[in-house]
Design a protein around this ligand. Structure first.
Ligand SMILES: NC(=O)c1ccc[n+]([C@@H]2O[C@H](COP(=O)([O-])OP(=O)(O)OC[C@H]3O[C@@H](n4cnc5c(N)ncnc54)[C@H](O)[C@@H]3O)[C@@H](O)[C@H]2O)c1
Length: 314
């Protein structure tokens, strides 16, 4: 079997590639960015806006995992027009390429943010959805709807996966865990707004990637699955876990922000029952792995800088 991963050079996509390879599944990455995480992967450089290139990339492929997107909500906020072109038009381009080729299956990486306006606090895949407040969510929902209509109109086998908030090695800087870790490792205090009791569920990125591979099962045909973590982690717990792992970390409290979103309880029962998927890595273990990776990345960057200085001083 061969799987094409769009966005396979990114944070989640690169781990999906690793998990596919662990199962001896062949992989082709389709991305605008060259993958830096491993060298043994077939790579097609191209944009999902380029329909001809996408068509070529489908040859010899059995399934497509579509993860390429403008995934950072801040980038979407800054340039909604561009984000729409990639997340919505790009998704229909991938669907069209799948439809026009002999590919049997497509998996679409969506988000649990689609539940952000749900009236219930505990949500499942069948919870009714409401118009989203964030444009990012609107683009991801549009992608979901396109997948569903392609499945109904053209008989495509499409599985939608709604990811929770991922963390782990290769995460981009800017989210709460990377910010806290960066501060702690640089001797700065970690600041918590309010008492830190706001919770989130985080999903360790390798567990999430495993869920993508499980979604290749035939039982996943035309289904939607939530893939989220199973531990409620408060902001205070994140800070304290970092303190426990690294020692000698200061935690400071500042006044809370009003109306801080406290998250929905996303049920993953369906993925457990039908795919046999469940998150395996505890938050503390996943956090330790992230910190290890972060430290290695920083020391290799420092080494590079040192090498350049030495080279230029010769
Ligand atoms: N990271 C999250 O918090 C999160 C949460 C839920 C869902 N998701 C979804 O998961 C998927 C992957 O997200 P991520 O966090 O790995 O993001 P990422 O930014 O790390 O990876 C996205 C990849 O898409 C590629 N890409 C962007 N534009 C492209 C184009 N025009 N053509 C080809 N490739 C292009 C990028 O180069 C990058 O490698 C996205 O669909 C995102 O919406 C992410």
């Amino acid at each position: 079997m061969k799987v094409l991963v769009t966005g396979g050079s990114g944070f989640i996509g690169s781990h999906v590639v690793d998990k596919l390879r662990d199962k001896a599944i062949e992989v082709r990455v389709y991305d605008v960015v060259i993958p830096t995480f491993r060298k043994d992967i077939e790579f097609y450089q191209g944009s999902i806006l380029d329909r001809a290139a996408l068509g070529f990339a489908m040859s010899g492929v059995d399934a497509v995992m579509h993860l390429a997107a403008v995934a950072d909500v801040k980038d979407v906020f800054e340039d909604p027009y561009y984000a729409e072109s990639i997340n919505v038009r790009g998704t229909i381009n991938v669907l069209e390429a799948v439809r026009c080729s002999k590919v049997n299956k497509m998996i679409y990486g969506s988000t649990t943010w689609v539940y952000s306006e749900a009236s219930e606090d505990r949500v499942t895949e069948s919870t009714p959805l409401h118009a989203p407040s964030h444009f990012y969510t609107a683009t991801k929902l549009a992608g979901e709807y396109y997948c569903q209509t392609y499945s109904k109109l053209y008989g495509l086998d499409v599985t939608i996966l709604r990811y929770g908030i991922p963390y782990g090695p290769r995460a981009r800087d800017g989210a709460v865990i990377p910010i806290f870790v960066e501060k702690a490792l640089n001797g700065k205090p970690i600041t918590i707004a309010g008492d830190g009791s706001q919770f989130r569920k985080f999903i360790y990125v390798e567990d999430l990637a495993e869920g993508n591979v499980m979604a290749l099962k035939s039982t996943a045909r035309n289904k939607i699955y939530n893939l989220d973590g199973n531990e409620k982690i408060t902001i205070k717990q994140i800070a304290e876990s970092i303190q426990k792992i690294l020692g000698n970390v200061r935690i400071e409290h500042i006044p809370g922000r009003p109306g801080d979103f406290s998250g929905k309880e996303v049920s993953c029962e369906l993925a457990k029952k039908e795919l046999g998927w469940r998150p395996k890595v505890s938050f503390e273990k996943g956090l330790s792995k992230y910190i290890e990776w972060y430290k290695e990345r920083e020391s290799s960057r420092n080494l590079d800088k040192k090498k350049i200085d030495e080279l230029l001083e010769r």
